[in-house]
Each structure stands twice: as structure tokens, then as C-alpha cells.
Design a binder for this molecule. Structure first.
Ligand code: M6R
Length: 369
């Protein structure tokens, strides 16, 4: 039941504040993360791991790529993200001190299931992040963190994506606690930031009208580019995937630092480019680098749509459009930045008269390899 919404995707985007409140519910107690379901992966095991490999496909792999930065920063464990289907055939170097985390909304993605089985057969510990109760992948894993985002019907994943990042953040904070890599004050501060996310998500949804106008104006666009740095980079990839999936428009995401290593050659007058702008408070150096990137592409005629923290005056002179974000700390910002991109794909698909929920050639759950 779409509950009065024009599509399941529209409904699921709007449900994100509630979905994230559910991901967090009962898991933060006095500034400490508690995940009882980790059962098979106790504190001793988590203290002993020396490496984390996250396997996932599509949007789930971008959620993993965002969380990688946070887990490394907080728990000081090296984390790599592998596409499930690439992992299996890469003869990966694994040991009993490796933790293999799988991320899957459905818990039935065959490529990811096979990667988990491969890891298990190689003797590594396995943890799954999943949105579907009792799905196959969590049943095959030593531990599971359910995202509790509620059923996701639209093929294009939205609320599950944000919930996957939040669940991985909870795990990262738990890991940091058992390994003693963050102080009690730091843990309290970060858990408080997470607790504030549902409210910030509700605030960012207020950009819907602005994005709708932009999407209508761009309905005939043939190609859209997305640029980001650090946690903004996987968000750029996710924004491009959303657009490809439901609007059938050529879209590509790049790491902003790669621009002059090739992609800047694509910039011609009128080329729309979305830029994920980090907050100048959280990362002044990254912020100034992104502002330079914006100047470089603007000088070549790009039409720049900047997604930036409200009040960021530095981008105003160079951006054609600014989509304002609520004030948020470094690792909370990607959870908000992705929302205008989801809305943009939804509105563009709608403007083109396409089936938002059931894009051509795609299935919600890919159960074949
Ligand atoms: O169910 P899963 O999370 O394992 O699915 C993985 C991908 O197939 C999925 O995220 C896909 O990329 C979505 N359609 C993206 O919107």
C-alpha cells in the first residue's frame, strides 16, 4: 500500500526519518552502543580481528564505502570494500583474524550469499547487515545486525541505504568501544550525533520542491555527472546509480580529485554536475579543494548544482543552484547529502513519465549470479 504517495519510492524516501529512528532504537544506552544480536561475535573476537572486508553489490556497496571511512577512523582497523562478485573470484587473502561483513537489504542477493559462503569456507568470521528478518544471508552468518528500516518495495533502494550506513556506524562505534580506540566522551559525542540524524533527515526533506523544479527543468538532459570527495565520493556514485536506474539517463560519479586525471575532458557548456560539498567547519581543507573543483568546471561551462551546508557562502558565487543541507558533523553529512539525489532521480523519472518503482530490466532482489 502506497499510503497516498505517488510511488513506493516517494513513500520510502519520506519514511527515512522513521526508518533511522528504528535502526537506532534500543541500541544506544548511556552513550554506549549495544548490539545483543552480535552473539557469535563477542568482544574477544572483535578485539582480535586485524582486518575487515565488506562485501556487497550496488547501493549496498556504496553504503559500505561510506561506512569504511568511519569504521577506520573510529576503530583503527583497516577496512576494504569489495563487490561480492569480484571478491569471490579474486583469490582473496584471508585469515582467521579477518572479519567479513556482508551488506544486503534483501539478504537474498546471490552474489553476496556466495561471497559469504566463500568466506565461511575459508574460515573467516562473518557478520551480516540485513533489512529482511530471517533471510538467507543472515542465516549463513555468525552474527547479524538488522537495519529495521521496514519493507522496501521500490527497486531503487533509498531508506535501506541510509539504514545500512547507520547500522555499520553502530558496529564501528561498538568496535571502537571494545577495542578502546575512542574515549567515553568521544563515544558519547558520536552516539549523540547519530541520535540527531532522524530529525536532520526530516529537515532535509524540505528541499523536495526545490529539487522538483530542478528536475523538471532538466527532464531532457542526456548526461549528469556527480562529484564528491571522502564520504561524498560514494554518495556521488549512489546519486549516479539512482539516476541510471529509474531515469535511464547516463550518469557517472567521480572522486573530485580525479577530475584533472581525465573526467574534466567531459565538461562542455551546459553539462550538469552535482557537487557534494563538505562542511567548511568539519573539513576546511577538503572544502577549499571542492570549491576549487567547482571553479574549474564552472570556468568550462558546467552547470553546477552544489549540495552544501546551509550558510556556506563560499560556494554561492560559483554554483548555479545550491541545495542547502542542515548543519551536521563529518560522518553524519553523507546521510543527508544523499536525500536530494534520491529526490532528484525520483522527480526526473516522474517528469519523464517513467515507472519509478519498476524500472525496465531490473528486479528488486537479484537471486541469480
Ligand atoms: O538486496 P541487496 O541490498 O543485496 O541488493 C543489492 C543491489 O542489487 C541493490 O542495492 C541495487 O543496486 C538497487 N536496485 C539500487 O537501488
Amino acid at each position: 500500500d502506497k499510503g497516498g504517495w505517488s510511488s513506493f519510492m516517494a513513500k520510502e524516501i519520506a519514511e527515512q526519518p522513521e526508518a533511522i529512528a528504528n535502526t537506532l532504537r534500543g541500541r544506544i544506552v548511556d552513550g554506549i552502543v549495544e548490539i545483543p544480536e552480535l552473539a557469535g561475535l563477542g568482544a574477544d573476537t572483535l578485539r582480535d580481528i586485524d582486518r575487515i572486508v565488506i562485501v556487497a553489490c550496488g547501493t549496498a556497496s556504496y553504503a559500505a564505502s561510506v561506512a569504511r571511512y568511519a569504521i577506520e577512523a573510529w576503530a583503527r582497523v583497516p577496512v576494504t570494500v569489495e563487490l561480492s562478485h569480484e571478491f569471490r573470484y579474486s583469490n582473496p587473502v584471508l585469515s582467521e583474524r579477518t572479519l567479513l561483513i556482508s551488506v544486503s537489504q534483501s539478504g537474498e542477493t546471490m552474489d553476496t550469499l556466495m561471497a559469504v559462503k566463500y568466506g565461511r569456507d575459508a574460515g573467516v568470521k562473518t557478520l551480516s547487515v540485513c533489512n529482511t528478518q530471517s533471510a538467507t544471508i543472515p542465516r549463513e552468518s555468525d552474527g547479524v545486525i538488522y537495519t529495521h528500516a521496514g519493507p522496501e518495495v521500490a527497486v531503487a533502494s533509498t531508506k535501506a541505504f541510509i539504514a545500512q550506513i547507520v547500522a555499520l556506524y553502530l558496529f564501528g562505534l561498538h568496535l571502537a568501544n571494545v577495542r578502546g580506540t575512542l574515549t567515553a566522551e568521544e563515544l558519547a559525542e558520536l552516539t549523540e550525533q547519530l541520535t540527531g540524524v532522524p530529525e536532520q533527515l526530516a529537515e532535509v526533506l524540505e528541499v523536495t520542491e526545490t529539487v522538483r523544479t530542478l528536475a523538471h527543468w532538466m527532464a531532457d538532459t542526456r548526461s549528469v555527472l556527480f562529484l564528491g570527495r571522502h564520504v561524498g565520493f560514494p554518495i556521488a556514485l549512489e546519486g549516479a546509480l539512482k539516476l541510471k536506474e529509474i531515469s535511464y539517463i547516463h550518469a557517472e560519479g567521480f572522486a573530485a580529485g580525479e577530475l584533472k586525471h581525465g573526467p574534466i575532458a567531459l565538461i562542455e557548456p551546459g553539462q550538469p554536475v552535482f557537487v557534494m560539498v563538505p562542511s567548511p567547519r568539519n573539513s576546511p581543507v577538503m572544502h577549499s579543494k571542492i570549491v576549487s573543483n567547482i571553479q574549474e568546471i564552472r570556468a568550462r561551462g558546467a552547470r553546477v548544482i552544489a549540495i552544501a551546508e546551509k550558510g556556506d557562502a563560499a560556494v554561492l558565487p560559483y554554483a548555479d543552484e545550491v541545495i542547502p543541507l542542515p548543519i551536521a558533523e563529518l560522518f553524519m553529512q553523507p546521510l543527508l547529502t544523499v536525500v536530494p539525489l534520491q529526490l532528484f532521480a525520483l522527480e526526473l523519472s516522474t517528469a519523464k513519465g517513467l515507472d519509478v518503482d519498476q524500472p525496465r530490466n531490473l528486479a528488486k532482489s537479484v537471486t541469480v549470479e
